[in-house]
Design a protein around this ligand. Structure first.
Ligand code: OGA
Ligand code: FE2
Length: 562
């Protein structure tokens, strides 16, 4: 391709794709896909640069070869050679003009176009926060799904169907080292140790790399020291000193660790002498890691177990009371001929799943509308009341408003028809996209008593119910889990789950606490409709409650209104 053409192409693609300012790429795959195309354009530009550089070098080579044979002949008999008048003229011409031309050619900068393309496109590249964010997502997945560093590094994600993961990717020593450094910069010494140890293993296996073994050992010894394991810290320090006997910090640490270890042993001996009960000599490291994990352990552990598909709390007897049915919402005119399939996912709280609620075409349209507007999802900071980003909610979302496109209205109408609830008072349709590692830790959708202002500005009361439409399958991870009751709901493209957040009295139902598990493989798209209290009483007054009271969706509502 002509260089000029590539340049124009890059400009155009930049203008088309780089309209939005840079923001948290790593939180959603939707916008990351654009980066792949940008990178492809850059490769085209780079290849054109290589071609130009090769053609320049070819010209220089030809000149050198021509002159090589000429000067060889000429210097064998200089006088005889110059006795030919044309040779004399040509020598003058070469020295006066042609060597100058060659000089210009050699000095010609062929890289300008490529460099200018790179400079333009780089403005929209991911930044340090994106790299850190993506690294932290990997560490989160490692914990939630109990993956070991070796499996991640070799690209063998356990429990993941290889058919759903066609793009295997492995990690180099350098990748492991970088991940360890991110953990280190977060003072996360547990993961620093795991990833530096993996880097060291790969180094020991003979993988060639620029990474310095001494640097790996330096991080390793420090991270295990931070976790209280002095003996291992000493081992790593000694190994470091074998490679680099003059390493200043390691020499200092060696003495310090030896001193600390001697002190620790002394203290242990003294303690043993006093009390000989079991467990006293337990390493400091063990004690520390227990303490560090304590904070928010019970729920976090429940959440992670449910995400792994463990710890579901449903006896077969209870399960036998969950049903599937064809549902027409009491002969609703739009569903009488074609009722929808409805399935009980859970009993208390009652969670139902509607099947085949939207078509693939409708999903594609909703995604297309949302994509340019996706922004990092925020949460309310309870202290300042402001919206901020948080590590416990990692995704991007956009709001699709009523009347902006027929597909949005069609979906809103369907929600109203199938739930029997008024949607005009609901929030707009929220579309969310979770990239790999994207998650939303346990939360309630409704506003609690201690936050009476949560939905005040909307003026429509609390969130009576949640409608959650899955707009994609997820290859691995990404389930919606209910941590209080031990339920897990898997995303299934085109299906929607629905539950009430409030009891009939209007009290919040705390058993609805739920979370979106980190996506392990794939890309998760959902859309939410949060239905509010206001407007539901109107339906009843106007005779719209002549609905099937046995319907699994309605009893809550009816009690609420009576
Ligand atoms: C939410 C939510 C669950 C999911 O956005 O409030 O709980 O699976 N989402 O995406
Ligand atoms: Fe939620």
């Amino acid at each position: 391709m002509e260089l000029r053409a590539v340049c124009v192409l890059l400009w155009t693609s930049c203008v088309l794709r780089c309209g939005v300012a840079h923001q948290d790429f790593f939180t959603s795959i939707g916008q990351m896909t654009d980066l792949l195309f940008t990178e492809k354009d850059l490769v085209t530009s780079l290849k054109d640069y290589i071609k130009a550089e090769e053609s320049k070098l070819e010209q220089v080579k030809q000149w050198a070869e021509k002159l090589d044979s000429l000067t060889l002949t000429a210097t064998q008999d200089p006088e005889g050679f110059l006795g030919h008048p044309v040779n004399a003229f040509k020598l003058m011409k070469r020295l006066n003009t042609e060597w100058g031309d060659l000089e210009n050619l050699v000095l010609k900068d062929m890289s300008q176009r490529f460099i200018s393309n790179l400079t333009i496109l780089r403005q929209n590249f991911p930044n340090k926060d994106d790299e850190t964010g993506a690294a932290k997502a990997l560490l989160r997945l490692q914990d939630t799904y109990k993956l070991d560093t070796h499996s991640i590094s070799t690209g063998n994600l356990p429990g993941v169907d290889l058919g759903k993961l066609p793009y295997k990717s492995t990690m180099t020593v350098e990748d492991c080292f970088e991940l360890g450094k991110v953990a280190y910069s977060e003072s996360d010494y547990h993961h620093t140790e795991l990833w530096m140890a993996q880097a060291l293993r790969q180094l020991d296996e003979g993988e060639s790399t620029e990474v310095d073994e001494a640097a790996v050992l330096d991080y390793l010894s420090y991270s295990v020291y931070q976790q209280g394991d002095l003996e291992t810290a000493l081992d790593y320090t000694r190994r470091l000193l074998l490679i680099d006997p003059g390493h200043q910090r390691a020499n200092g640490n060696l003495k310090y660790f030896e001193y600390q270890l001697a002190k620790q042993r002394e203290a242990e001996e003294a303690e043993k002498g006093e009390r000989t009960r079991d467990g006293v000599a337990r390493g400091k490291r063990e004690v520390e890691s227990d303490a560090a994990d304590d904070d928010f352990q019970p729920e976090k552990r429940k959440y992670e177990r449910l995400c792994r598909g463990e710890g579901l709390k449903m006896t077969p007897r209870r399960q036998s009371r969950l049903f599937c049915r064809y549902f027409d919402n009491n002969r609703h005119p739009r569903y009488m001929i074609g009722p929808v399939k409805q399935e009980d996912e859970w009993d208390r709280p009652h969670i139902v799943r509607f099947h085949d609620i939207v078509t693939d075409g409708e999903i594609a349209k909703v995604k297309q509308l949302a994509k340019p507007r996706l922004r990092r999802a925020t949460v309310h900071n309870p202290e300042t009341g402001e919206l901020t980003t948080a590590h416990y909610r990692v995704s991007k979302s956009a709001w699709l408003v009523e009347n902006e496109h027929p597909v949005v209205d069609r979906i809103n109408q369907r929600i109203e028809d199938l739930t029997g609830l008024e949607v005009s008072t609901a929030e707009e349709l929220q579309v969310a996209n979770y990239g790999v590692g994207g998650q939303y830790e346990p939360h309630y959708d409704f506003g609690r008593k201690d936050e009476p202002d949560a939905f005040k500005e909307l003026g429509t009361g609390n969130r009576i119910a949640t409608w959650l439409l899955y707009m994609s399958d997820v290859a691995a991870g990404g389930a919606t889990v209910f941590t209080e009751v031990g339920a897990a709901v898997r995303p299934m493209k085109g299906t929607a789950v629905f539950w009430y957040n409030l009891f009939p009295s209007g009290e919040g139902d705390y058993s609805t606490r739920h979370a979106a598990c980190p996506v392990l493989v794939g890309n998760k798209w959902v859309s939410n409709k949060w239905i509010h209290e206001r407007g539901q009483e109107f339906r009843r007054r106007c005779g719209l409650d002549e609905l099937d009271r046995n319907s699994p969706v309605l009893p809550h509502l009816l009690h609420h209104l009576l």
